[in-house]
Design a protein around this ligand. Structure first.
Ligand SMILES: Nc1ncnc2c1ncn2[C@@H]1O[C@H](COP(=O)(O)OP(=O)(O)OP(=O)(O)O)[C@@H](O)[C@H]1O
Ligand SMILES: [Mg+2]
Length: 266
């Protein structure tokens, strides 16, 4: 059974439609990417998947359990499986990195203070921030904040890790390092990862599967392995994104190769 199943999800803010007809599964141990242009609804999709926003229609289920059909206690139980790195890392600015990473450990409540701190130090070591445990978020770089956010997201040993643009704004070496870290974590814990990213090297290097949301039509226009989509998908927007083709070129080549009445899907 899929760890996460999204079915016919419709996302709205009030009357305003953001996306509709989103359906996909994420299996344990897989890395799933959410792609699409700025403002198409990627972060909003993540917020629907972690129970922050209720769908306008459709469902999000974990191990076959519909999140919004569960009662308060059931939802809380489901949320315990999630680790989240929000876009912008969102560390608590009044806490040191060590204290930030301790928060999810405290919530789990299984460890005493000394054990929590030891575990938090291990996690900071893992993301290369062992020497910065006592620093505040304002005193470290953007890339370091992302890595601290990642350490915090994985602290509760989640079965599902949600990462919103983990490598945005990082130099290529830091970005590659973050990818390696995500792969290592996936391999070590068997967690599934749902990740929003624009970084093509990252997408092609680590993603098993993914979905492409379109801001114009307000529904997904491609779903599958990103390398396969890059090689086979003929939708001009997907080509422009995954091949970095100029949109006009992608549209022109689509016009040459597409049969009439082609469906807008990979
Ligand atoms: N809380 C909110 N209330 C109303 N509208 C919102 C809210 N959050 C997001 N939106 C709108 O929903 C749309 C999708 O936003 P979202 O942040 O999901 O985009 P995104 O794909 O993550 O973009 P980016 O790549 O820039 O991060 C945008 O038009 C945004 O203005
Ligand atoms: Mg976003």
């Amino acid at each position: 059974m899929a760890l996460v199943s999204v079915r016919n999800l419709e996302m709205r803010f009030g009357e305003r439609l953001i996306q509709r007809d989103i359906s996909f599964d994420v299996e344990p141990g897989r890395i799933f990417v959410v792609m699409g242009g700025s403002g198409c609804g990627k972060s909003t999709l993540l917020k629907h998947m972690i129970g922050l926003i209720e769908p306008a229609a459709g469902s999000v289920s974990y191990d076959g359990r519909d999140y919004w059909q569960a009662d308060g206690a059931g939802r809380m139980q489901l949320r315990e499986n999630f680790g989240v790195l929000f876009q912008g890392a969102a560390l608590w600015s009044s806490m040191t990195l060590l204290e930030n990473v301790c928060v999810p450990l405290e919530r789990k409540g299984r460890l005493d203070r000394a054990a929590r701190e030891e575990k938090a130090r291990e996690l900071l070591d893992l993301v290369g921030l062992g020497r910065f445990a006592d620093f505040f978020p304002a005193d470290i770089s953007g890339g370091m904040k992302k890595r601290a956010g990642l350490a915090r997201a994985i602290a509760g040993e989640p079965r599902l890790l949600f990462l919103d643009e983990p490598s945005a704004g990082l130099d290529p070496i830091s970005s590659k390092r973050l990818d390696d870290l995500i792969l290592e974590l996936r391999d070590r814990t068997g967690a599934a990862v749902v990740m929003v990213t624009h970084e093509l090297p990252s997408i092609f290097a680590i993603a098993d599967d993914g979905i492409f949301l379109d801001a114009d039509s307000k529904h997904p226009i491609a779903h599958g392995n990103p390398r396969t989509l890059r090689d086979r998908c003929q939708h001009p927007t997907v080509r422009a994104f995954l091949r970095r083709e100029a949109l006009a070129d992608a549209e022109a080549s689509e016009a040459r190769i597409a049969p009439p009445n082609r469906k807008d899907s990979a």
